[in-house]
Design a protein. Structure first.
Ligand SMILES: Nc1ncnc2c1ncn2[C@@H]1O[C@H](COP(=O)(O)OP(=O)(O)O)[C@@H](O)[C@H]1O
Ligand SMILES: [Mg+2]
Length: 366
């Protein structure tokens, strides 16, 4: 099967650069504030953030459906800021599949080529190859209404790839699918991206989805980039409290830094303890045994609740006036008695009053 070769041969994967891009819909409020980033060629990047954070606006600026209020957008070295969507040659897939209901799967996939006046034999050949790539080659004569949601989204992806775009843009493409299918389809999008090598930008509000498929994740909120890094870096070294809380399941324990001050004196520099406003503690950073070098401090509290569902087990530790969740201490007997436990360096962070990381993560080798 030479599907992949066919697509690779035609592709011109592109990097995308935003330079000081600001976007205002009404000329008053900035929906996107001075975005600067580069998405490397051939990678899969997720735009992740809560609803209203500016993900779709960013994607539409990349596609050319929107023009920035100020700043520049580059594809490779070319300034495309003034180019419209047609001129930019991007493939797009939306949450609602938007297939043509009266056309067969084959004709849906071939449709962009028909518009581009590609001869019938040639466009059908290409459509068949794309159908094989997305695994709907046995559905070619069906109408979209006869397909499952996942199959429809496969067809939508094939159609978006028909004209060998340099960029594939997907705006929450899996939101309408049930949980199991979403997991299957996210793996499929990853596979298709790898096989084609097309630079892919994937919008989602689901951190789990983003963590599983992306080379890099851009966390967007309040119209600004909160962090743009690898999934591992987002988790192990969040730039700020917003990212720390947004990434990770269970949600990170966030407590006033004052709670820990007495236990961290002499361990964390005084200057940092004075500036620290909030402590972030991942649930796996609270452990029942002394793990040696990985340990930051020994603490003491009472285990007030212990729960288990499926593979997941959690314990609640009351520490001073706070309740901390641990995923490492389930099974510990609950009692009123004080118990000693340990706080590890990985998964412990301090943030200042602006929410900026001032301690923890790999930057602090101590
Ligand atoms: N066409 C539009 N006109 C005016 N405001 C808009 C328009 N589209 C989006 N917005 C606003 O811009 C902000 C970002 O929206 P959007 O980019 O759709 O976020 P997301 O995709 O992250 O949910 C929101 O406050 C939204 O209300
Ligand atoms: Mg959106």
């Amino acid at each position: 099967m030479n599907t992949t070769n066919f697509i690779l041969k035609e592709r011109t994967g592109l990097k995308v650069t935003f330079k000081n891009v600001t976007m205002s819909y009404d000329g008053k409020k900035d929906t996107l504030k001075n975005l600067n980033f580069t998405i490397p060629d051939g990678t899969l990047v997720s735009l992740l953030g809560p609803s209203g954070g500016g993900k779709t606006t960013t994607l539409n600026l990349i596609s050319g459906l929107l023009t920035p209020t100020s700043g520049q957008i580059f594809f490779g070295d070319e300034d495309v800021t003034k180019k419209d969507a047609l001129g930019r040659k991007v493939g797009m897939v939306f949450q609602n599949y938007a297939l043509y209901p009266h056309l067969t799967v084959l004709d849906n996939i071939a449709f962009p080529l028909k518009m581009a006046k590609v001869a019938k034999a040639e466009r059908h050949k290409r459509a068949r190859e794309l159908a094989a790539l997305v695994h709907v080659e046995d559905q070619l004569d069906k109408k979209p209404g006869e397909l499952s949601g996942g199959q429809q989204q496969r067809v939508a992806i094939a159609r978006a790839l028909a004209k060998s775009p340099s960029l594939l843009l997907l705006d929450e493409p899996l939101s309408n699918l049930d949980a199991r299918l979403r997991i299957e389809m996210r793996e499929e999008i990853r596979r298709i991206q790898r096989e084609t090598g097309v630079t892919t930008i994937f919008v989602t509000h689901d951190q789990d989805e983003a963590l599983h498929i992306s080379d890099n994740i851009m966390v967007l909120s309040f119209g600004s980039i909160q962090q743009f890094s690898s999934p591992t870096a987002l988790y192990e070294r969040p730039n700020n409290l917003f990212v720390a809380k947004f990434i990770g399941e269970p949600v990170i324990n966030a407590v006033p830094a004052d709670t820990l001050v007495d236990d961290l004196k002499g361990i964390v520099p005084d200057e940092i303890l004075e500036r620290a406003e909030t402590a972030g503690i991942r649930s796996e950073a609270l452990i029942p045994y002394d793990a040696g070098d990985a340990v930051l401090a020994k603490l003491s509290g009472t285990i007030t609740q212990s729960k288990k569902y499926g593979r997941e087990a959690t314990a609640e530790i009351t520490y001073h006036d706070q309740v901390l969740l641990s995923t490492e201490m389930a099974g510990s007997p609950t009692s009123e008695a004080e118990t000693e436990f340990y706080l590890t360096k990985p998964g412990f962070f301090l943030f200042d009053d602006a929410g900026v990381l001032i301690y923890g993560g790999e930057s602090h080798a101590q």
